[in-house]
Design a binder for this molecule. Structure first.
Ligand SMILES: Cc1ncc(COP(=O)(O)O)c(C=O)c1O
Length: 392
């Protein structure tokens, strides 16, 4: 979404729904100061109205409800370090409680280290409210905006269709069929559940996947396929295998922002390739690969998230030529391909997995919760990716 449109989103749309509109941010926008400011404005503007839902007839006293509610929001970082809370009077008025109740609650949160009072200015979320931080190898801070969007979307009580987040309505799936299938798969005695399965994935399933890919013109054998915990694990394996901190990774802009967040935690520099109705903007791609010498390009050929567009053949052909010439790997994310009603062009079909790693799964067509995905790649790569899967 162009930054200029953020203003329009802001006007008259409740915070929870605005979050949905923010889901398709470009990699650059998602971390930009503009979005951060917008996000803070959104929270602050709506905070007094929406901060907590209190229930006066609950057996839990109102002070406890406020303390618990604010503590939860702070630990989940819906209220972030340094943010100013509504004034006592404002909070009391908007939540229809007495000022004394709010004073008591704020005081307890100060005592517990969640809030810091500032004389003449109000109460602020403490900077170290989550206790002493152990040094970790992964820095989650660069993905903070992605995580904020994800958490906010997950917290929505009455979700609208969250297509940008990749969560389709459950009514699109066949619950009965899934229950039958799972019962059959578990079987009568469940003896196979007492052993580890095949590391590369259940071979009858991989056999079926070979047939499935062949229908899209992607020729593989069973050894070229690894089943994964959703498409996400396939993306994770590819990212961890290829990316060193500082590597440049190209992504569709706009695109699947969760991958952007993950790439940032790995220290990758992500660069967006503008998306046109026919796929990546070729002149932009050409100049970006020349300037940045990327290692990977994450793209979607079919039913691109969030635009729903497909890559046409001419564009796909040129993208592959550039990958060959500039020596980068393409990760073709085909999370939605099975929902396509007609014939679609896939990079993997044209390339036969020489420069393309294909990732896909069944979260959109069978069940998001069964976490069923897979990747297909050339033999040498699959061996390494399988080793990585074994280790993690
Ligand atoms: C484009 C894209 N890739 C990958 C994923 C992750 O899929 P999964 O839930 O199978 O891990 C999603 C999920 O919505 C998605 O939209």
């Amino acid at each position: 979404m162009p930054i200029s449109k953020l203003k329009a989103v802001e006007v008259g749309i409740p915070a929870s729904e605005s979050v949905v509109n923010l889901l398709s941010l470009s990699p650059l926008q998602v971390n930009s100061p503009c979005v951060t400011r917008f996000r803070l404005r959104l929270l602050m503007a709506n905070a007094p109205m929406r901060l907590l839902t209190l229930n006066p007839s609950d057996t839990l006293p109102l002070t406890d409800q406020i303390v618990d509610g604010l503590r939860k929001r702070i630990t989940q970082r819906a209220l972030r370090a340094g943010m100013r809370l509504p004034s006592i009077r404002h909070f009391a008025k908007t939540h229809q409680v007495s000022a004394a109740t709010v004073v008591q609650a704020y005081d307890r949160l100060v005592e517990d280290g969640y809030l810091v009072p500032r004389r003449g200015s109000g109460f602020y979320v403490a900077r170290n409210s989550r206790g002493r931080k152990l040094r970790s190898r992964i820095d989650l801070a660069p993905a903070e905006d992605t995580l904020w969007i994800l958490r906010s979307a997950l917290q929505q009580q009455h979700p609208v269709i969250r297509a940008g987040a990749g969560w389709l309505p459950p009514s699109w799936l066949d619950g009965k069929l899934i229950v039958q299938g799972v019962s059959r798969a578990v079987g009568k005695d469940g003896s196979h559940l007492l052993e580890y399965g095949e590391p590369q994935g259940f071979s009858p399933l991989r056999k079926q996947l070979v047939h499935k890919l062949a229908k899209s013109g992607i020729k593989t054998d069973i050894d070229q396929i690894i089943t994964t915990h959703g498409v996400s694990q396939a993306i994770d394996l590819v990212c961890r295998y290829f990316i060193h901190p500082g590597d440049v990774v190209l992504v569709d802009d706009p695109g699947y922002y969760v991958t952007f967040g993950y790439l940032k935690t790995l220290g990758a520099t992500i660069v967006g390739v503008p998306r046109t109705p026919d796929g990546p903007d070729l002149s932009a791609l050409e100049s970006l690969v020349t300037t940045h010498q990327p290692k990977l390009f994450f793209t979607m050929s079919v039913l691109h998230n969030p635009t729903g567009t497909d890559m046409n053949q001419a564009t796909a052909h040129r993208v592959l030529q550039l990958a060959e010439k500039r020596n980068f790997i393409i990760v073709e994310d085909d999370a939605y391909g099975d929902l396509h009603p007609g014939v679609a062009t896939r990079l993997s079909t044209l390339d036969q997995l020489q420069r393309v790693v294909y990732v896909s799964g069944f979260s959109k067509t069978v069940s998001p919760d069964l976490r069923s995905g897979f990747l297909a790649a050339r033999h040498d790569l699959v061996q390494d990716l399988l080793d990585l899967k074994l280790l993690s």
